[in-house]
Design a binder for this molecule. Sequence first.
Ligand SMILES: Nc1nc2c(c(=O)[nH]1)N[C@H]1C(S)=C(S)[C@@H](COP(=O)(O)OP(=O)(O)OC[C@H]3O[C@@H](n4cnc5c(N)ncnc54)[C@H](O)[C@@H]3O)O[C@H]1N2
Ligand code: MOO
Length: 394
Amino acid sequence: MLSVAEARARILSGIRPVGSEEVSLLDAAGRVLAEPLTSRRTQPPFAASAMDGYAVRRSYSQPGMTLRVVGEAAAGRGWTGTLGPGEAVRIFTGAPVPEGADDILIQEDAERNGDTITVRETRDQARHIRPAGADFAAGAPFPGLGPLTSLDIALLAAMNHAHLPVRRKPVVALIPTGDELVPPGAAPGPDQIVSSNNYGLAAMLAQAGAAPRLLPIASDSPDSLRATLALASDVDLIVTLGGASVGDHDLVQETAIAEGLTLDFYKIAMRPGKPLMAGTLRGTPMIGLPGNPVSAMVCGVIFVLPVIRAYLGLPPDPVIRMGRLANAVPANGPREHYMRARLTETADGPLVEVFERQDSSLLHVLQAANCLAIRPPRAPASEPGDAVAFLPLP
Ligand SMILES: Nc1nc2c(c(=O)[nH]1)N[C@H]1C(S)=C(S)[C@@H](COP(=O)(O)OP(=O)(O)OC[C@H]3O[C@@H](n4cnc5c(N)ncnc54)[C@H](O)[C@@H]3O)O[C@H]1N2
Ligand code: MOO
């Protein structure tokens, strides 16, 4: 059976970044730039006062000296003259520093008397001038990587970008399968349960910058599945949920093959997630996730999110960290085990408490987790304090 890393590499091998679209700054949070951007202006564009006070020349503004106030410079409305010897210009924060001035005397250090000021003995020695380009120069590259944050957007706005070229959102069709499923809020029949996997995955994908498309629940019949697959002809990725195992009603693989699926692989050495399937359905990448709710969400993190990142032009692989076990963990079987666990950051580094109950149907255990502890195939039993690899959950 394929390892998790091999399976992910095979899935990712066919994925190239999607095209781009323009969005306004207000819609750009969380989006990913499709091309490098540079500043369209220098900031500040002129030497600017950092304080309210008087623009002066340092040599004429020593303690006890008196200067004549000859004008005013405000933010947005500078003073156009040239400062002469013994002259001062009233100035406010953000205003251009006039020609001839090399210093801002803060108003707390000036005693005003009609048209003159006298410099106090306590005079502050800092000049309080922000040079032109102190923040960034025209043509400077925008340094942000990854999904745009509020801080990125503040800088891009200051660089005078009103619209940004971003990757379009990869569209992902989510197809739940199973006669037992009803949507949340419905009244399930005696043998039915509520479909949760598609909602959890939709949230996970939306958060990662994709556009999930929730398709209707397909019943366990080839006709129903065929009809639902037909609704996913124009997407970037098809994800089926359930029907992946070997039971008489697990029809996803054979139905998809009949519809044109080129199967790449089926079954991997992973727990949960053994019956994972991947291939290409008439040119569209397709991943078949197992139905068990924890398996579906964990495989979403391990396989589907990397596809979204690759589509967005980001480094795809999950970032694995190292920590120490808080509790003993039994020996592992032949499949790499992604165990639901709780990470605490301590002074001694990350501490990982692996939960007792690991059945792949237990959503309340997954919800209590904030990371997955990764146990290699056939790892021996581990003791508290032993090193452990883990993956933070999104
Ligand atoms: N004889 C064997 N049986 C099973 C094997 C095996 O190797 N041999 N593998 C087990 C493993 S591991 C898994 S994982 C499951 C995967 O089965 P399927 O992908 O076929 O999933 P289903 O049978 O459709 O459903 C399993 C379970 O999950 C519930 N489910 C399904 N979809 C949803 C949904 N959208 N929301 C919430 N819950 C869902 C479903 O009702 C079942 O309880 O197979 C094992 N069996
Ligand atoms: O692989 Mo199943 O996903 O162990 O529950």
